[in-house]
Ligand binder design. Structure first.
Ligand SMILES: C[S@@+](CC[C@H](N)C(=O)[O-])C[C@H]1O[C@@H](n2cnc3c(N)ncnc32)[C@H](O)[C@@H]1O
Length: 280
């Protein structure tokens, strides 16, 4: 099963998700460690790029990883088996709006780069809260393409990034969702919300970050939507080529690149409890 997902499920995208998670593991997973025995639901695990980091930082936790896409789940299973053969991860193919778990059955939820693809992220957060025990926590991580700042600046490069924002919006998602996590969680009934802005900045003094984040994560993501942007009439071949060339200039000597991720943590307020349903 697939959904209307702007990045698609290609081999290239799978590689990009892996590069992204590895390049950003320290930045995004810092502070996320679940106690041994706690039950953690990873929502929208994709190819398991974050799952391997969850397993590494919470070796005793019982992780259930869910995705709507069969092929991604198969890759996730193989990735975790290759890097952490003893890890106890339960895999489940399901739509996050219709998850087959008892209410209040998880201690923690982990949701990374998923809300940005949903037509109704707030409803998703409400549905997910039903699965959390009272006092249980959610961690939600998202980017925000409005936070991309770079040198040399370029109107054509900004227009190329904006093609991604528009395509994602047309598909029902929101590439500017990072800045909205606090109100989304509050309106979905969570309490104790904290949101941390976690910036990435790369220049030639950080060549690995330039390669792994600026080039292989961010620029690769924008590059991958070129055909769709042209087909949608959002750009012209010349303007697109200029935008991509200018983005690549930010990875060269003298170039700099900044992007901010938003990491939100919140709790299901005490007093909420539900009844049971199916298991996966
Ligand atoms: C950008 S990927 C992120 C994957 C992973 N969390 C990561 O950070 O590498 C988004 C994932 O969310 C999944 N997804 C999107 N909508 C979903 C839904 N309604 N139910 C379950 N999974 C969903 C997609 O199949 C995709 O694997």
């Amino acid at each position: 099963m697939t959904i209307d997902y702007v990045h698609g499920y290609s081999e290239l995208e799978a590689r990009r998700l892996g590069d992204q998670a590895n390049a950003l593991a320290a930045l995004l997973h810092e502070g996320t460690s679940y106690p041994a025995g706690s039950k953690v639901l990873e929502v929208g695990c994709g190819i398991g790029a974050q799952t391997v980091h969850l397993v590494a930082s919470s070796p005793g936790a019982r992780i259930v990883a869910v995705d709507v896409n069969d092929a991604s789940l198969a890759q996730a299973r193989a990735r975790v088996a290759a890097t952490a053969p003893d890890a106890q991860v339960e895999w489940c193919r399901a739509d996050l709006f219709d998850l087959p778990f008892p209410e209040a059955s998880f201690d923690h939820l982990f949701v990374c780069f998923v809300l940005e693809h949903l037509r109704d992220p707030q409803r998703a957060l409400v549905e997910l809260r039903r699965l959390l025990r009272p006092g249980g926590t959610i961690t939600a991580i998202e980017g925000d393409h409005g936070s991309a700042l770079f040198h040399p600046d370029s109107a054509a490069a900004r227009a190329a990034i904006n093609c991604q924002v528009q395509l994602q919006s047309t598909a029902g998602g929101d590439a500017l969702i990072g800045r909205k996590l606090q109100p989304l969680l509050a309106n979905a009934g969570y309490g104790g919300i904290t949101v941390q802005a976690r910036p990435v900045y790369a220049d030639q003094s950080l060549p690995e970050l330039v390669e792994d984040f600026t080039r292989n994560t961010f620029i690769a993501m924008i590059e991958s939507i070129g055909d769709d942007a042209l087909a949608a009439g959002l750009t012209t071949p010349d303007h697109w080529r200029r935008g991509m060339a200018d983005l690549h200039r930010t990875t060269e000597p003298g170039g700099t690149f900044h992007y901010t991720f938003f990491k939100a943590m919140a709790a299901n307020p005490p007093g909420f409890r539900g009844s049971s349903a199916l298991s996966c």
